[in-house]
Write a protein that binds this ligand. Structure first.
Ligand code: ZN
Length: 410
């Protein structure tokens, strides 16, 4: 049987929307359960033609690679028109994959209104998100944070901390904020899709295909309710980065449109060090402190100061002559000592070249080695090209740990 999904019903009750669908054909084993999204406001007046957008954005890319037909009763006209445009981004990114499939909508609805004004920005609290927020702070964008994307739905402790963080930022800059919870990562079976696409690409589904439009579209009902006309989504990669495979990309996000809203993939003119520079400059100029939240290792939502992402950001801040403590990195003496181990054990080659190398040379321009705590001076001195990557270091560390265990009698 031909692969297809029929969206039977959209159930909206108070803050929650649920999508009742039937999948047929060989691909149906991918769909584990119904998709649901919970907002922090009542969404019952949002028309189905808008509510269908997040459903479609999380299923369309699957339908393309499985050559499936999606059938819905109605769809927003702007969105429907934009599909071929953002699909092109995927087509150009993954040359070995055929993007087929079809969307049948019985009715197209125009939801655009002349009164739409103002911006929404997705906000996770990291370097990319803060760079976008601070660069557009004069527009007073509403913040939107999603639970179920980078933080798992059942991780209540992390969510509490993230919520506190977003509240503080919203208060500080007098912004509105919205939160969205969704099982959009759980309703499909990644094992099956990842296995299927592994013939064509090394990417996994979430990173390579879903997390751009899949996340952004969750905000469509909010944009509709609050009559906004712009959504910012912070970039990770730059325009000049070649051969990038990533679902969140300027060739995709910028072409997504729905109910009179333009999506802007923001900040791709800056590399990460430049974004840190923008943030530090903003803080200096406006006498503000920014608590960055970059770490995904620490389950409680703080920065652990012992992972690669934390240390990369700490070095970037130091290179900008900033004090990491002012930006949410409370580094202990022990963690300082561990920085070298983290570098040698966790930094892959492309990050060494793309991130650490420019950071080190900026650091050398901006500060002298004596400005650094003793435990960090190794980073100033190493020749990143020659000594920065040390395959033997890992081996040496493993042996050292083993001897340690033997000595402890473990
Ligand atoms: Zn960390």
């Amino acid at each position: 049987m031909q692969n297809e999904i029929v969206l039977k019903r959209i159930i909206k009750k108070n803050n929650t929307v649920r999508y009742i669908y039937v999948a047929n054909g060989e691909w149906k084993e991918i769909f584990k359960k119904e998709l649901s999204i919970e907002y922090d406001q009542n969404i019952e007046i949002v028309p189905d033609s808008v509510l269908v957008v997040p459903f479609l954005c999380n299923i369309l890319p699957i339908s393309w690679i499985y050559d499936a037909t999606i059938k819905v009763k109605e769809c927003d006209a702007d969105f429907f028109k934009s599909i071929d445009e953002f699909k092109n981004g995927y087509i150009n990114m993954y040359k070995r994959i055929k993007f087929l499939g079809k969307l049948d909508s019985e009715k197209l609805v125009n939801n655009k209104k002349n009164s739409q004004k103002g911006a929404i920005t997705f906000f996770s609290g990291g370097v990319d998100a803060f760079n976008t927020l601070l660069n557009h702070i004069d527009e007073k964008p509403s913040l939107v944070t999603v639970l179920g994307a980078d933080v798992e739905l059942n991780n209540e402790e992390a969510w509490k901390n993230i919520l506190n963080h977003i509240k503080l930022v919203a208060e500080e800059y007098r912004l509105n904020y919205n939160t969205i919870k969704s099982n959009f990562r759980d309703f499909i079976d990644y094992n099956i899709i990842n296995e299927y696409i592994s013939k064509f690409t090394n990417e996994d589904w979430w990173h390579g295909f879903q997390h751009g439009i899949g996340v952004i579209s969750l905000a469509a009902p909010i944009a509709f309710l609050e009559k906004k006309n712009i959504i910012y989504f912070a970039s990770t990669f730059r325009y000049v980065d070649k051969n990038v495979t990533c679902a969140s990309h300027y060739t995709i996000d910028n072409y997504l449109k729905f109910c009179g809203v333009d999506v802007i993939h923001d900040g791709a003119e800056f590399d990460r060090q430049e974004k840190v520079h923008n943030i530090v400059e903003f803080c200096k100029k406006n006498k503000k402190k920014v608590h960055l939240r970059v770490c995904w290792k620490e389950k409680n939502g703080n920065n652990c100061c012992q992972c690669e992402k934390c240390w990369r950001t700490i070095f970037e801040l130091i290179a900008e002559k900033a004090n990491p403590i002012d930006y949410g990195f409370e580094i202990s003496k022990n963690q300082l000592k561990n920085s070298k181990r983290v570098y040698y054990e966790e930094v892959p080659k492309f990050r060494r070249d793309n991130y650490y190398k420019p950071t080190q040379s900026l650091m050398k321009e901006n500060i002298s080695i004596k400005d650094l705590p003793k435990e960090l001076r190794w980073f100033y001195k190493i020749d990143i090209d020659k000594l920065g990557y040390h395959p033997y270091y890992k081996y040496y560390q493993r042996i050292k740990r083993k001897i340690g265990r033997i000595l402890k009698g473990g």
